[in-house]
Design a binder for this molecule. Structure first.
Ligand code: FAD
Length: 301
């Protein structure tokens, strides 16, 4: 089923992001995690792609296996900055052959090109989006950034380019992770005011360590609220304490997003199942819902 068909039903969507494992040991762990997460009946899982164009078929192959072996609906990420149009056509025909109906159209990170010069058939994701939409075989999604893309001079300019991506055929958007819901809600207002009306699925990730938090702030330029920073500092070195704090924080974030009208949740799993399972149990738990309001989770810091 295409993601857009799920979105049209109006039911909340729950999805997980994976990346192709690199070693045999990682693969074993990954498939264990994927099987556990399948038990939660995600509406789709997505599989990331390298941006330097080196290994696109790892994503294609993993997408095919997740669909054929585990019966999961898959969104294959496709980056374009290092590919020619002919290569994109070839990758798409392989995806189509494997029954993959959903693609997340991305430019890819320029800084990951490691000296390779971009091929220049594509400069922006909107161009890839237009090509994919013209093929007619896929439901096409795109990425967006509630705190603006790091290269964009302003959020307004970023949103104006996002509008071009939607006009080119992006039928829904998935956000960069964020730790303060105010950014997401402000983004919804600004995109709506700019005339963007496609669903915007929030991307969430529980922080698993102090170093990881620093990497995100530096690399992705996302804000870490003081309460989250304090909590992570407090529990650093205590694996169980940090896990509980992190899951509680993300669960509270998720509950507030869903209550505030988000069309669902996209969890960045880093190929692990435990935190994702705990968060979804918390937010889908109904009577047994243990997700505290965000303020309460923050208060634990
Ligand atoms: P674009 O939409 O092309 O935007 C990139 C920048 O260009 C923005 O600053 C935008 O404002 C600007 N821009 C767009 N159009 C124009 C224009 N016409 N003129 C001037 N400026 C313009 N990376 C990977 O390598 N692999 C992945 O699998 C992957 N998955 C991701 C999934 C999600 C949900 C998200 C949020 C990001 C993901 N990324 C991934 C990271 C992403 O590839 C990078 O952030 C990349 O730098 C931008 O990709 P984009 O598709 O958002 O680019």
């Amino acid at each position: 089923m295409k993601v857009t068909e799920h979105l049209k039903t109006g039911a909340k969507i729950f999805s997980f992001e994976f990346y192709p494992p690199k070693t045999e040991q990682d693969s074993v762990r990954f498939f264990d995690a994927a099987r556990e997460l399948k038990e939660l009946n995600p509406d789709f899982v997505s599989v990331t792609n390298s941006s330097n164009g080196a290994l696109p078929y790892r994503t294609v192959a993993l997408s095919g296996v997740l669909k054929a072996e585990l019966g999961l609906e898959v969104v294959a990420h496709l980056t374009c900055v290092a590919h020619t149009r002919a290569e994109i056509g070839e990758i798409c025909s392989r995806l189509k052959g494997m029954g993959i109906k959903n693609i997340l159209a991305l430019r890819g990170d320029i800084h990951n090109l490691e000296g390779l010069s971009p091929r220049r058939d594509y400069s922006y994701a909107s161009q890839l989006t237009a090509d994919l939409a013209a093929m007619g075989d896929f439901s096409v999604g795109g990425a967006c950034y509630p705190e603006k893309h790091p290269e964009a001079p302003t959020l307004e300019e970023d949103i104006s380019h996002l509008k071009e991506k939607v006009a080119a055929g992006a039928e829904y958007l998935i956000t960069q992770l964020f730790f303060d819901n105010a950014f997401y809600f402000r983004f919804l207002e600004k995109t709506a005011a700019a005339g963007i009306s496609v669903p915007i699925l929030p991307g969430l990730m529980p922080i698993t360590g102090y170093k990881q938090m620093q990497n995100f702030t530096q690399m992705m330029k996302v804000t870490v609220p003081a309460a989250l920073r304090k909590g992570i500092e407090r529990w650093d070195g205590d694996k169980d304490g940090l896990f509980k704090f992190s899951v509680d924080y993300a669960s509270a974030q998720a509950a507030e997003l869903l209550k505030g009208g988000a069309p669902g949740l996209h969890l960045y799993t880093l190929n692990r199942s435990r935190a994702a399972i705990a968060i979804l149990r918390n937010v889908k738990g109904g009577e047994g819902n243990s997700a505290k309001p965000l303020k309460a989770a923050e208060g634990q810091a």
